[in-house]
Design a binder for this molecule. Sequence first.
Ligand code: FES
Length: 358
Amino acid sequence: MSKSINHLEQSAPKMWSCTVRSAERLTPESVLLTLDPGEHRERFNATPGQKLTFCLDISGQSCYRNYNLVNPVGELPQIAVKHVSDGGAAEYMNTTVRTGDVLQVAPPEGDFYPPALDKTAHHFLLFAAGSGITPLISIVQHALKARPDNKVTLFYANSSSRQIMFREKLDVLAQSSRLDVYHILGDGATGEDLSSGRLNPSKVGRLLAQYRSHQLPEQAFISGPTGFTNAVQNGIEVEAHPLDFASYSFERANRDSEQLSTPSQSTEVHLTVGGVARSIPKASQNLTLLESADLAGLDMPADCRSGICHRCKARIVSGRTTPLSTQNLGTQSKRIPPGYILCCQQKPDGPKLELEMD
Ligand code: FES
């Protein structure tokens, strides 16, 4: 076995058995799972905004998914999953997983929330849409507890009040004078223009003009689908600059409709898979390497297609690549050593690229 293959195996995510302590309905369309890692509990201590990777066995197939931790720091790990009726992981978590089940889980990962923020008091301006609340609910809880002088303002967009996740928890937390929760409802039930319908850059500017106090250093966090995170970012950049922000989108960038149909430059890609030489003469620089391999009919090792399982990891022999998205922090991983890439998360760049895979 070559040295590079050993390296690949060593960096695959290690899973630990966690028992489902409870599975409760959070909303009619989402479930809250509490996990007990047993003797491995210390491995599952997390910082705010981190996530867990699961390896689920769905109909005999391994399925890797990651979910944000929603528990307060120091308590048993919890995740909240919104139901999607597609036979995938979200449906499995909502309809199949029961108290007492044992799931395979990798320890927390992610650096959405920089620990340096705890050194001084801040005003946190949080923007969430739908299940995008999941990385932010742990930040709300942490920020209120970490420092008595922190202040938090949460702008939370949902299609209707029925969809609001963590409503009771937020109501309790909002008894603190240091937390303001501002609900925005797509169905217009609030009766006010600013808190009704879709959040757009202009509304973001108006909200920030109303809620920024400038008395403390400010930090914004944004989490939701790509359209939402783009709208909030644009609002901050156009209407409220300067304001530091970190953004997390749980969707892949909307490439199907835009980039896939845009004419692109191409790269000559040569890859060795398990010792067998293959090539993609014209790999589009708009597509990931995995997508180009699919189009070329090459059978490349892959599973999750979202930067989790590392099965598509490759060593760059020569040439360069660009990341699929610099916004989606969910696809970043510190486990990828220098000189390696995940083919599902990188696009080819330059005239020629040479890769080696297990
Ligand atoms: S990381 Fe799983 S397929 Fe790329």
